[in-house]
Design a binder for this molecule. Sequence first.
Ligand SMILES: CC(=O)[C@@H](O)[C@H](O)COP(=O)(O)O
Length: 255
Amino acid sequence: MLKIGTYEFSSRLLLGTGKYPNFDIQKEAVEVSGAEILTFAVRRMNIFEANQPNFLEKLNLNNYKLLPNTAGASTAEEAIRIAKLARASGLCDMIKVEVIGCQKTLLPDPIETLKASEELLKEGFIVLPYTSDDVLLAKRLEELGCHAIMPGASPIGSGQGIINPVNLRFIIEQSKVPVIVDAGIGAPSDAAIAMELGADGVLLNTAISGANDPVKMAKAMKLAIEAGRLGYEAGRIPKKQYASASSPMEGMSIG
Ligand SMILES: CC(=O)[C@@H](O)[C@H](O)COP(=O)(O)O
């Protein structure tokens, strides 16, 4: 089970809801993925106007835990305001803190992310910050009390997969709260590697919504994350420099 704050989930795939070709495909992909946590940009929702169209309207939201995110914020103050807006509208008490520091790379601003997370924790939110793969920043966020740490695999929407597995492994090893690899996943194999490294979950969006067949890709991601987790739990063999026979002959008498 994936435990975040007071919540427990059997799926380790957290799914973004944007950029699908249409809402029917979005619905089908979300359902097939088995995801229980859906994230969305609060800024894109008509949260106080129930009669206005919104991009989650095809989904049965009772089946999911909503994880609003603060996408669009470039300062801690903006992120805090967006988070409070989400809570005031009754969306959820969990928040994905996303404070972007550079519009070209969409990399998170570490200082503002730290500031926003600290304040939102004081306000009683369950806080999941999207962060770079900086090991010490991840530690500082955990020490603040964040309920999960979400280091990027590579820039949002880039599909480059995991560009720094060494740092991710360090973050995972040191962390006592769940580590969810967030952003940059391009293929099911990337998600499987994240899980094999010991991540507690993967958050992704573009790899599914932008696939030629998003529904099929949603299934592939689900299976990859399950397989990666199983592999991690099973414990992989160590890598060796030289061969060792799979059917050793030692101790066998050959007539
Ligand atoms: C939806 C969301 O929260 C994104 O900001 C997230 O980081 C996913 O990134 P990808 O689209 O690269 O999977």
